[in-house]
Write a protein that binds this ligand. Sequence first.
Ligand SMILES: CC(C)(COP(=O)(O)OP(=O)(O)OC[C@H]1O[C@@H](n2cnc3c(N)ncnc32)[C@H](O)[C@@H]1OP(=O)(O)O)[C@@H](O)C(=O)NCCC(=O)NCCS
Length: 164
Amino acid sequence: MTERRPPAEPCGPTDLLRVGVEAAERCAAVAARCFPDPWSRQAFAAELAAPGTSAWLAPGEDGEPVGLAIGHRVLDELEVRSLAVVPGARRGGVGRALLAALLAEPALRVVHLEVRAGNRAARALYARAGFAEVGRRPGYYPDGEDALLLCRELGRPAAAGAGS
Ligand SMILES: CC(C)(COP(=O)(O)OP(=O)(O)OC[C@H]1O[C@@H](n2cnc3c(N)ncnc32)[C@H](O)[C@@H]1OP(=O)(O)O)[C@@H](O)C(=O)NCCC(=O)NCCS
């Protein structure tokens, strides 16, 4: 399952690729460059194979992926399961384009996700994309950091330039 599709906004020299379980290795490679506790290839394979999952990769100039986005849909709700851009490709709009690809699915009513309270970059991206804080899970992560629960009801406009 691979389909080319232009990003909702310019994001450098990339077109986003819609991918399936065959991309588990590439997702794991991106995650390993983005998270201190990345999912394994096996974890991505299970995630990508799950019903209701949509996944996108952002290829860099050399064709190797520089970003990923994974969502899990139940009826008209989508949970953003993972979003990441490798350090050298950040602040170029790739994260915003990947998020917009997830949100562009038809007939979505609400999108939610959890983010570390101290993750300023991700919180800024989500705020710019129209997400609001709707809850907090104290000490949710293994290192004791709180998780924030964010939500966006689609149909409610995001800030200008949010790309979704
Ligand atoms: C969060 C992340 C995906 C952002 O990706 P990105 O490609 O750099 O994001 P974009 O360039 O599309 O940024 C979109 C907007 O988000 C905000 N933003 C992104 N990174 C930011 C930062 N470091 N500081 C402040 N604002 C930031 C800005 O408003 C930015 O718009 P602008 O550049 O026009 O000001 C990336 O930093 C990342 O992969 N971090 C590590 C993994 C992670 O934390 N994932 C999220 C888990 S919930």
